[in-house]
Ligand binder design. Structure first.
Ligand SMILES: *Cc1c(COP(=O)(O)O)cnc(C)c1O
Length: 417
């Protein structure tokens, strides 16, 4: 049985430090590019005081407090790729050149952010995020196209979701426009880290956090919006690989009235225990049930779930306990456009076990077919070795759209060039 895991929709690839979201990932093996090789972006870049962070790139230059040489005329900036093995990209975190940072005080609006060299950040031990988990994250990808263009997929949806989450977590948030502009700037500044076409994508990780110091429980007095990026490989190198899920009947991911519907950081450490136990038994991840009736499907730790029966595709309705995935939403529209009937409603375990196909959706995997489901000791496998035809068809349709290989009739693609 597969011992791989889905985390933030990511399976580990053997031999790689895996997971964008994995707990306590340390010791990142990377090839620090020599400082001479860095092509700086032609964007106006501001560098923070060097003493506030260290970077992985060229220790000496970064920590000496010297300002950077801004090299390379704009003409050859885009052409040179980072010097890494693009054929063996995994899903581990790899530091890149720049990150984006923008701060604002409580009760104010974000106004001006800047690109900084990627590096550690300084926080008060009393920061709201560290003490009370006042934080949110987002996840999206940029693809490099054959014609040199760079594509984002529905970034305004991530922006909107972050705003909704910020409202729930009592935080100010960047406007949709600020978010999208910041994502674009960060991607362009790290352009040499975007994998060549077909080799993967640049995973973009925006964070919003209470960075100001608090002691008594209260919203933090200051907030930081940060974006970093990391190149990631193609999830499935040789066709779609099915995952094996176990239905969790004791622990719950979310509760009505809670925060399951927003991407707040606290939702994720809380599922590690169930996930680790499942992995120890050889499952890929856990499928959660509603905590009231313990009968209806919710989602996987970091992916949404769909079932297929004939021409009907069903996914649990969003009602506060399920994270409204952008891949979920997109797959619904793609499926409808391909003539499937799609329903968003309650889905019982019985219906799940009786389905023709089951698949999960999330930014990292796009579509991940489910090979088997185990519920209270009973294991049900799905046809075609767990890689259903509908899952395959939807995976191809959405990934070719995202990579710019098919016509964007939905208007979902944002081109950066
Ligand atoms: C991020 C996430 C998803 C998938 O959302 P996408 O926007 O499709 O990446 C699903 N469930 C949970 C719990 C998540 O955190």
């Amino acid at each position: 049985m597969e011992s791989a895991a889905v985390f933030a929709g990511l399976h580990p690839i053997p031999g790689h430090h895996n997971h964008l979201l994995g707990p306590s990932r340390t010791a990142i093996k990377l090839l620090p590019p020599s400082i001479d090789k860095i092509n700086f972006s032609p964007l106006p870049l501001k560098f923070q005081k060097q003493s506030h962070f260290t970077s992985y790139i060229g220790n000496s230059a970064i920590n000496s407090g010297n300002s950077f040489r801004v090299a390379s005329p704009a003409s050859d900036v885009a052409s040179e790729l980072a010097d890494i093995d693009w054929d063996n990209l995994g899903f581990g975190f790899m530091p890149t050149d720049y990150m984006y940072s923008m701060k604002c005080s409580q009760g104010e609006n974000f106004s001006k952010g800047e690109l900084q060299r990627f590096g550690n950040i300084e926080l008060s031990p009393s920061a709201g995020i560290l003490n009370y988990g006042q934080g949110l994250f987002e996840g999206l990808k940029a693809y490099r196209k054959h014609d040199g263009n760079i594509l984002l997929f529905r970034p305004e949806e991530n922006a909107t979701r972050l705003k909704m989450g910020a409202e729930r977590m009592c935080m100010p948030s960047p406007s949709v426009e600020q978010f999208v502009e910041a994502v674009k700037a960060t991607v362009l500044a790290n352009e040499r880290w975007i994998p060549p076409p077909g080799k993967g994508s640049l995973y973009i990780r925006p964070l919003l956090m209470g960075s100001g110091a608090v002691l008594g429980l209260a919203p933090a007095p200051e907030y930081t919006f940060l974006i970093y990026v990391s190149p990631v490989g193609n999830y499935f190198k040789e066709g779609l690989a099915p995952i094996n899920l176990v239905v969790e009947t004791e622990m719950h991911r979310a509760t009505p009235g809670g925060t399951g519907g927003v991407k707040t950081i606290g939702n994720y450490a809380a599922v590690l225990k169930a996930q680790s136990a499942a992995k120890a038994k050889g499952y890929s991840d856990v499928l959660y049930l509603d905590c009231v009736q313990k009968k209806y499907l919710e989602e996987v730790s970091s992916c949404n779930v769909f079932i297929v029966k004939g021409n009907l595709i069903v996914t649990p309705a969003i009602k506060g306990t399920i994270l409204p995935g952008i891949t979920r939403k997109s797959i619904i529209d793609v499926a409808i456009s391909q003539g499937f009937e799609v329903e968003e409603r309650q889905v019982s375990v019985d219906e799940l076990l009786d389905a023709d196909e089951v698949f999960c959706t999330g930014t990292a995997v796009v579509v991940s077919p489910v090979g088997s489901i185990t519920h209270q000791g009973r294991r049900v496998t799905y046809g075609n070795d767990g890689v259903g035809l509908v899952s395959q068809q939807l995976y191809s349709a959405l990934t070719s759209l995202q990579m710019g290989l098919s016509e964007d009739k939905m208007g979902w693609i944002v081109e950066l060039k």
